[in-house]
Every structure is written in structure tokens, then in C-alpha cells.
Write a protein that binds this ligand. Structure first.
Ligand code: UDX
Length: 450
């Protein structure tokens, strides 16, 4: 199959490289000439484990190429994927579809022979109809079908997710789109991934419904973690206890500082807007958004409350800036709100992140950067783990306790057993887990007495 991928961002680049690895001929297109020049020279504009090797291998094999010339590539294609950004529109939170619509207009002008055009970007219900209308209007004689094929990959595990998906969802309105898209995904049948064909609007909504459900699941366990702290229960054991029920499932039940990233915040907001437009408000999603927004800053207050004495002028070490490990992506990272709350209280922030420091400079102010976790923690009043990078799972806790002004570790990802941190001489505060048993007994007795 000759495939064109419009947009060489996260989804476009990973999908393009993986399709090439399936044996298809893929051309990735982007308007950003610098990005294309960099890709042609063997550079990868994002940090994603394994992507550099995958791209290099397929470029060498002649299956993958990069260009800024959309029309030439589209003219020769069987299937054209639109994988451009759909950011939140400033002001109203709706998905901004200007890049999708722009791509549709350019594709229309370049079509040559029957072509399937597929939206891979996360797009609101009805976008496929609009793409079809635009193409028809721009090129009334074109032979084409418009399909929806949302992408469910996660950053940091993108290649594995793409090649071994739980499912592929494809929405079509025109039967002529079925065979080419079956062909595109045929290699996945070896992995027995179910390919679900459905209508276009159903497919578009499925993507939002999946992301919003996951965001809600995380937010639910975060609220349960709050309650655990009050009643002296352990959220990790609650999560295990409920997650073993197959109807609930154990994934996405890790309590933490709130979800961030390029998808959940933007997609929950866009889904909420769609539901309001159709006068069917999704109140669970509205609550999820509000609870998650409040939680990020509340995590900053949690750190401030744990620090003994005044905070003004003291240094707080922040470990992990990106919204999750194995990425350099800072979009809606909880660290941003946490650091703001610390700075608002007069703390100086010294941060370390294995990959995210360069990207963080665009969104953080007055942060001092360190070359390692220990350098960040030197003389600090508290060290805060915000992201569960592997590098932070293997810290020498005794060394950490020894170099801080106050040996306080606030672990917002629950990566250490409390007893281990305490044995190392740290005062340890985590999320939704009781501290020492005696303290719990005391608090609960006091509460009962009151
Ligand atoms: C997500 C979806 O998982 C993916 O299917 C979709 O295509 C894009 O959005 P991604 O944003 O890359 O992927 O990251 P993900 O691993 O899902 O994490 C999202 C956020 O939730 C992160 O901030 C993460 O730290 C947080 N999270 C996740 C938790 O706090 N607890 C969990 O148990 C899981």
C-alpha cells in the first residue's frame, strides 16, 4: 500500500514509521521545513524509545521518506492519513480543527484516482462529514472515501502500542474504504488484534469515550486516595483489591498528582464541549476535569504542609517535570501547577528531569536546573518526586537523606515502600498511604473520641 501521513508529529511519525515497518510505502509530510530537514538527516524531533532505530531501519529499506510537498505524495497514494494537531481552541476549549480542514483542502486539490482519506487525529464527532464536504466542494470530480481511524497509542510506549494494540477502530460510510484499510492493518492480524469496523461517527466518539473513561478512572482513584489519607487506609491495596475484579481491571488505578499530557486534558475538555452543544452534558466528565485541575495545585500545598517551619527562601527539589516518564513532553504536566504553588509560597525550586528540562524552560520560570537528582536535593527543605522515571525508583535514599537540609521526601507517585524510606532516615509522605501505624491509631482514636 502507498500511504501518506499528513503531519509528522507524535502520532503521524510513530504511525508512519510503524506502517513502513509493516512493509507499506510511507511518505510523511509536514509543513515545518526544519522538521523535515531534520528527519531527512536522521534526526528525530521527539523523544520516544525505539523510534530513532525504527525510522532509520525503514528509511534504509526504502519504505519511509519525508517531504514538505503534500500534493506530489497525495497524488500517488492509496490511503492518506490526516494526523495533524487538534489543540484546544483558545477561549472555548473546543478542538481546533483548522489544521484538519486545511489538510483536507490541500488533499482535495492533489487527489488522483480513488483514494481513502482517514482522520487519525482525535477529532470531534462529525469531523469526517465536514472533511468529506470540504473535499467534495474543492474537487467535485474526485473519487474518494473518508474514514475515521483514531489512534490509541501512549507516549513512551508508542511503538509497542501501535504494533500490539488492544484493538483497531475504523469508521466508514463508504464500503469502498473497507478493503484498503483491511490491507493497511493486515499485519496486525498476526497479533490477533481485533479490527472493529463501525460507522464514522461511532468511531470518532469511541476515541473520546475511551480517553475520558481513563481520565475518570485515574481521577476516581485519586479521590479515593484522599479519603484513604483521612481514614488511614492504603490506596494501593484498595486499588489492588478492586482491580482484581475483571469488571474494573487493574490498570490506570495508580494514584498520583493528577493526569496531564497531550491527550487527556484536551480530549476531556473537547468531549465536555460536544456534550454541552448537544444538550446532553456529561456530568461525570465535567467533574473529572474540575477535580483533576484542583488536584495538581493541591499537590503543591501538600508539599508545603509537609515542610516543617517557614518555606520562604528555602529550596524545594523537584524530581520529574514531564507529565509522565519516558517522554520530554511538558504539555499540561502536573509539575507546572505544583511548582507554581511552591513558588507562590516563596520557595526556590531546583529541578531535575532526565529528558524534560529543555522543553520545560518554555513553561517554567525561575527554576534552577540540576544535573542529577542528588544535585537537586543538596541542602533542600524537601524533595518531591513528581514523575516515576526509573532513575527515581533506584535512588540511594540514605545518601538523599544525608544531603538535604531536612530529610523530607514527598513521593507523589508512591514508588517507595514507606518503611524503606523511613529506615533510610527520611520523613516520607506519599499519596493515599498511611504513615507509621502508631500515628494512625492515635489519629483514629482522637477522631473517635471527638
Ligand atoms: C493517553 C492514552 O493512554 C492513549 O490511549 C491516548 O492515545 C493518548 O492519551 P498518554 O497521554 O501518552 O496516553 O499517557 P498515559 O500513559 O495514558 O498517561 C496519561 C496521564 O495519566 C499521565 O499524566 C499519567 O501520569 C497519568 N496516570 C496514568 C496516572 O496518574 N495514573 C495511572 O494509573 C495512569
Amino acid at each position: 500500500m502507498r500511504i501518506v501521513m499528513i503531519g509528522s508529529g507524535y502520532v503521524g511519525l510513530v504511525s508512519g514509521a510503524c506502517f513502513a515497518d509493516f512493509g507499506h510505502h510511507v511518505t510523511c509530510v509536514d509543513k515545518d521545513a526544519n522538521k523535515i530537514a531534520r528527519l531527512k538527516a536522521g534526526g528525530i524531533p521527539i523523544y520516544e524509545p525505539g523510534l530513532d532505530e525504527l525510522v532509520a531501519r525503514n528509511v534504509a529499506a526504502g519504505n519511509l521518506s519525508f517531504t514538505t510537498e503534500l500534493s506530489e505524495a497525495v497524488g500517488a497514494a492509496d490511503v492518506v492519513f490526516i494526523a495533524v494537531g487538534t489543540p484546544s481552541r483558545r477561549g472555548d476549549g473546543h478542538a481546533d480543527l483548522s489544521y484538519v480542514h486545511g489538510a483536507a483542502r490541500e488533499i482535495a486539490a492533489a487527489l488522483d484516482g480513488f483514494t481513502v482519506i482517514v482522520t487519525k487525529s482525535t477529532v470531534p464527532v462529525g469531523t469526517g462529514d465536514e472533511v468529506e464536504r470540504i473535499i467534495r466542494e474543492c474537487n467535485p470530480v474526485a473519487e474518494f472515501a473518508v474514514a475515521s481511524n483514531p489512534e490509541f497509542l501512549r507516549e513512551g510506549a508508542a511503538i509497542e502500542d501501535f504494533k500490539r494494540p488492544d484493538r483497531v477502530v475504523i469508521g466508514i460510510e463508504d464500503e469502498r474504504a473497507r478493503a484498503p484499510l483491511e490491507e493497511v492493518y493486515r499485519p496486525l492480524s498476526l497479533n490477533r488484534a481485533p479490527v472493529l469496523f463501525t460507522r464514522r461517527r461511532t468511531s470518532e466518539l469511541t476515541k473520546y469515550a475511551a480517553n475520558a473513561f481513563l481520565a475518570m478512572k485515574i481521577t476516581y482513584i485519586n479521590e479515593i486516595a484522599e479519603l484513604c489519607e483521612r481514614v488511614g487506609a492504603d490506596v494501593q491495596e484498595v486499588a489492588r483489591g478492586i482491580g482484581l475484579d475483571n469488571r474494573i481491571g487493574s490498570k490506570f488505578l495508580n494514584a498520583g498528582p493528577g493526569y496531564g499530557g497531550s491527550c487527556f486534558p484536551k480530549d476531556t475538555l473537547a468531549l465536555m464541549k460536544t456534550s454541552q452543544d448537544y444538550e446532553t452534558p456529561l456530568r461525570l466528565i465535567e467533574a473529572t476535569i474540575a477535580v483533576n485541575d484542583q488536584r495538581k495545585r493541591a499537590m503543591g500545598r501538600k508539599v508545603l504542609n509537609a515542610i516543617a517551619g517557614p518555606v520562604r527562601g528555602r529550596t524545594v527539589a523537584v524530581l520529574g517535570l514531564t507529565f509522565k516518564p519516558n517522554t520530554d513532553d511538558m504539555r499540561d504536566a502536573p509539575s507546572i501547577a505544583i511548582i507554581q504553588a511552591l513558588q507562590d509560597a516563596g520557595a526556590k525550586v531546583r529541578a531535575y528531569d532526565p529528558e524534560g528540562m529543555a522543553a520545560s524552560e518554555a513553561v517554567l520560570n525561575n527554576v534552577e536546573y540540576a544535573g542529577s537528582a542528588y544535585e537537586a536535593a543538596e541542602g533542600a527543605a524537601a524533595t518531591v518526586i513528581v514523575t516515576e522515571w526509573d532513575a527515581f525508583r533506584a535512588l540511594d535514599l540514605k545518601r538523599l537523606a544525608g544531603i538535604m537540609a531536612d530529610p523530607l521526601l514527598v513521593d507523589l507517585r508512591n514508588i517507595y515502600p514507606p518503611a524503606r524510606a523511613e529506615e533510610a532516615g527520611l520523613r516520607y509522605v506519599s499519596v493515599g498511604r498511611p504513615g507509621k501505624l502508631e500515628e494512625d491509631a492515635e489519629t483514629s482514636n482522637e477522631r473517635q473520641a471527638a
